[in-house]
Design a protein around this ligand. Structure first.
Ligand SMILES: *[C@@H]1O[C@H](CO)[C@@H](O)[C@H](O)[C@H]1NC(C)=O
Ligand SMILES: *[C@@H]1O[C@H](CO)[C@@H](O)[C@H](O)[C@H]1NC(C)=O
Length: 431
């Protein structure tokens, strides 16, 4: 009897060890971790990136091995998945069940689910995995969005959420693009929904998904902390207005990696209040590049209004291993902050931009200016590093750089670099 008991205990221990080794090796293989270990660059006094990664990965590994996971299939809550029936209520019910369970997995099978706007709200009882194998498709009837015209799917106030599964989130944005003032100047400029928003989510993983044809911004991380976004394919037609790929607002500790982004606007846009951000192994284009600080003067991005005030900061940001393919403004920092329709120039107030590394950025620029730093005279961009940059004009000609009020250093080969006269004033050339 005792022997049997001991035998049982032993196999139990072996199982635990095996699963520990398995999770440990996933941790080891995480390429993002290497970047962080290697980097002397990002120095943050309170919470280093390294700590963040260790901590949040551990949390997630912990959640992955939880024994009491309950699977909640949206089909069991009435979802049809036929691409025509409205499955919104079924998803809401499934979410409620998941959110009040201990360690739930929400399963979205390989069907096509038609959805009106939904808020998946926390706090939830414990960690949740949202496993999307099929397609979530947005209703394209604007009247379905009358309560909140700016969002389609929102995950909000959730701790330890993983959204994954290889499936597709389709914003079905054509109707909004057609009605955009950018397509037709006679039409009033109106908000369109962000396809997928994460708002106030901490310890968040979003991976292995396709997000396409967003009504406007495709994926937005807002007021969140400890975020890993990886293996995302984010696409929209080149002429779809304001369809930023990944938008980051007021979010700290975020890693974006191994993503392919081709949209009608910025691949990645970072605005005020964002700190400790890494974007690595990104393929960007066609479309616009990676932008910091700006809501895009003249880009009619009023839709982001209400998120933050007129000024703030964006700091400790790294962009590494980025391939630009026919991209308009591949690298841009613009401190002008314009969140209202009309007089932006006069109301210029700076988003303080500091400690930004651009490393291994190659490819082609669709615009003459491949690099544009347009910083405020009274609040220069500080600690900007360009390392191994090679951007050419799409046609094969020279691409240019424009650098206003930026404290800049160069490492390795940087092409294009700032014109000498702009450099003299402020640049600190270490090359
Ligand atoms: C590059 O982009 C521009 C506009 O953004 C477009 O007109 C042009 O056809 C593109 N070139 C290639 C080779 O895709
Ligand atoms: C780009 O740079 C080239 C060579 O330095 C220069 O001749 C040209 O005028 C610049 N173009 C713009 C638009 O600044």
């Amino acid at each position: 009897m005792a022997l049997l008991h001991r035998h049982f205990l032993l196999s139990f221990l072996i199982i635990i060890m095996v699963s520990f080794v398995a999770s440990y090796s996933t941790l080891q293989e995480d390429p993002l971790r290497l970047y962080v270990e290697d980097s002397p660059y990002i120095i943050d006094n309170d919470e280093t990136f390294k700590d963040f990664i260790m901590q949040s990965t551990n949390d997630m590994v912990g959640s992955g091995t939880s024994t009491s996971q309950k699977t909640i299939n949206v089909n069991d809550y009435g979802a049809k998945g036929d691409g025509r029936s409205d499955d919104t209520q079924a998803f809401k019910k499934a979410w409620q069940a998941a959110c009040s369970s201990e360690g739930a997995i929400v399963l979205v099978a390989q069907n096509n689910y038609l959805l009106k706007p939904i808020r998946f709200s926390g706090p939830c009882k414990s960690n949740i995995v949202f496993q999307i194998s099929g397609t979530l498709e947005a209703s394209d009837n604007p009247s379905d969005y009358s309560n909140d015209p700016t969002h389609w799917l929102i995950f909000e106030g959730i701790d330890k959420l993983t959204v994954q599964g290889g499936g597709t989130i389709n914003g079905n944005g054509n109707i909004w693009w057609q009605n955009s003032c950018k397509r037709n100047e006679k039409l009033p400029c109106k908000d369109a929904p962000t396809a997928l928003t994460f708002y106030k989510c901490n310890n968040l993983i979003v991976e292995d998904l396709t997000i396409k044809d967003g009504q406007q911004i495709q994926v937005s991380f807002q007021d969140s902390k400890n975020v890993k976004a990886s293996a995302l394919t984010v696409t929209a037609p080149e002429d779809s207005p304001n369809t930023d790929g990944i938008h980051v607002t007021n979010t700290q500790n975020i890693q974006i990696s191994s993503c392919i982004i081709a949209t009608g606007d910025d691949c990645i846009s970072i605005v005020s209040g964002s700190k400790n951000l890494q974007a690595t192994d990104i393929t960007c284009g066609p479309g616009h590049g990676i932008s910091i600080g700006s809501l895009g003067a003249g880009k009619s991005k009023e839709f982001v209004s209400g998120i933050v005030g007129g000024s703030g900061s964006a700091s400790n940001i790294k962009f590494q291993n980025i391939e630009m393919d026919n991209v308009t403004n591949p690298i841009i920092i613009d401190q002008s902050y314009c969140d209202q329709k009309e007089p932006c120039k006069e109301q210029r107030s700076a988003v303080q931009v500091s400690n930004v590394l651009y490393e291994n950025i190659k490819g082609t620029s669709a615009s003459d200016m491949a690099i544009e730093f347009d910083c405020a005279e009274y609040y220069p961009c500080d600690g900007i590093v360009l390392q191994n940059i090679d951007l050419e004009s799409e046609g094969g000609g020279v691409a240019n750089a424009s650098c206003k009020n930026v404290k800049l250093s160069y490492r390795g080969n940087v092409n294009p670099s700032c014109p000498k006269k702009e450099r003299k004033e402020i640049a600190l050339d270490t090359a």
